[in-house]
Design a protein around this ligand. Structure first.
Ligand SMILES: [Zn+2]
Length: 247
């Protein structure tokens, strides 16, 4: 995510400095305390930062051109104005081992078959890593979810220790670190166009296909939060800022 992320991080850092909370950005201490690194036999244990997931959630309208990456990636149902529910996903690695996904070009990479090239992004993703769904309160599906590909790297520090420098070309998440997918990224949402007003549940499932061995897997791979969806006729904020992809 480097170039665009740098812009976003710089902006957020300025805001954070203004409120004297830069420390909380550099190290997500309060959440880190809930997911301390533990003895997991040297394996990673992935979970989602629940605070950021809820705090950044919002419903907006956005215009999608017929040739947009969102259409190509199947993360909106059609072109034109769509109503989307978007949120941040930060993957925390609370296990005592790094998540090492590595380089797709390595013929011995055990995850070779899980990589898929994203033409819009110009790099490889791990396919089907997470599933984003809107559920009715009875648990049935209310809006067609989608599977989001990921490119793993270190963004936030949650526990002690240095980053081992994973990036999109050599993917992974260091033990005690988190990988941030912010809500402005293409696909960091659920298309809720036409969903009637009411109470719903937003669910994110990570490592959905069981691609990675998480050992004892103490920390949850499914996170849910309630949401009230307004009437489709009600106006919400419009965001037609340029599309961002994770690189
Ligand atoms: Zn990407």
């Amino acid at each position: 995510m480097h170039k665009l992320r740098v812009l976003v991080v710089t902006f957020v850092t300025l805001l954070a400095l203004a409120t004297l909370s830069a420390v909380s950005l550099a190290q997500r201490t309060s959440v880190g305390r809930d997911f301390p690194v533990y003895d997991n036999g040297g394996k990673p244990d992935l979970t989602v930062d629940p605070q950021r997931f809820v705090a950044q959630m919002e419903i907006i309208d956005r215009l999608f051109d017929a040739d947009s990456c969102a259409l190509a990636e199947g993360v909106v149902g059609a072109s034109g104005y769509r109503r989307i529910l978007r949120f941040d996903t930060v993957l925390i690695n609370g296990g005592d081992g790094d998540l090492v996904v590595g380089d797709r070009s390595d013929p011995n990479n055990p995850y070779h078959d899980w990589f898929v090239f994203s033409a819009c992004h110009g790099h490889y993703h791990i396919r089907d890593f997470s599933v984003y769904e809107l559920l009715n309160t009875d648990g049935s599906l209310a809006a067609v979810g989608h599977k989001q590909g990921f490119c793993f790297e270190d963004s936030f520090k949650y526990d002690s220790g240095k980053s081992h420098g994973f990036f999109c070309g050599y993917q992974g998440i260091t033990s005690g670190w988190g990988d941030w997918y912010y809500k402005q990224l293409v696909g960091q949402w659920i298309d809720i166009t036409g969903v009637p007003e009411g109470d719903y549940i937003v669910r994110v499932t990570i490592n959905a296909a069981g691609t990675f061995d998480e050992g004892t897997n103490r920390y949850p791979n499914v996170i849910e939060t309630p949401i009230h969806v307004p009437s489709p006729r009600k106006k919400v904020a419009v965001d037609n800022s340029p599309a961002l992809v994770d690189n």
